[in-house]
Write a protein that binds this ligand. Sequence first.
Ligand code: SF4
Length: 342
Amino acid sequence: MKPFSPDRVIFEPRSLDYPLGRKIQDYFEGTSTEIIKVPIKKISSIIPGSTEGQRYASGKKTLVVTVKKSLKFDVCKPSADFEFSLVAGCPASCEYCYLYTTQSSKPYLRTYVNLDEIFDSIKKHIFRSGDRLTTFEVASAGDLLAIEHITGSLARTIEFFGTLDKARLRVVTKFNNVDSLLGLKHNGRTRFRVSINSRYVIENFEHNTASLDERIEAASKLAAAGYPIGFIVAPIMIYDRWKEDYLELFEKLRSRLDAVKSTETVTFELIQHRFTPAAKKVILERFPNTRLDMDESKRTLKWGKFGRYKYIYPRKDAVEIREYLTSLIGEKFPDARIEYFT
Ligand code: SF4
């Protein structure tokens, strides 16, 4: 797919004190992208849009270059011990996106330039874990592959983790922008998980992402470059012919990966579709004609942190999803490891 190019890039002035901030400024000099410098509190007011749709579209075409202030990382179960961010937001428009309720009506992308401070904090978190291996998820707040051609932040982070004996990095993506990462000294310490789904889910709900073929090709390249790889199948949905579609997905994945010889175990993470009342409201405003099934009467409640709840499939359906996908993976990838189903 074509690399992302924002309509405007906004620099928080302090970001230009950092080499990465200046590198990003150089990247955009002389291009058609508008360059703006304003304090962080004025950013929202200069992104255009008078309707919900316009504000959403303008936000998705805006890149903000800033400094990460909080360097205390949250726990990130079940996928890792901690999560940290190099980027927040994403230029794609998945109708079910789990980030919508954490963003404003102008969901601009943010990239952080104080990488050395973030790396120092990673070292402190590892130190506090003692002798055990500590895992870090870097893609919980956005898809950093989408702007890696602009920042190069992930490449630096992969090489940083390549020097750490007691830590592992975990990346997730729906983009295929991996060529700049293939020759890095990663030392097998970064696991890439490519987000995949049935043709129906990708075509109906995952707008402006790489196609399934592009994602599988990216996974093959990463495996050939020696990275441990995995796949996140999410969100898994039940609809007419869902079983045929997920069978087709795993058949395609198997045939495309046949030529790839990976010394590492391929992993799978399985996540069923869920939504919160707040997310449903935002989704219906942004995608009034969505075909997403958010019928509460067909779901069951799951309580989360701070008394919040979400709607997930009832136990009978969830068991059917888990057993069906587990059997497909067992048949097509007998040596793979399923890390969790949630
Ligand atoms: Fe959200 Fe991920 Fe889709 Fe981006 S790729 S819109 S972060 S679900």
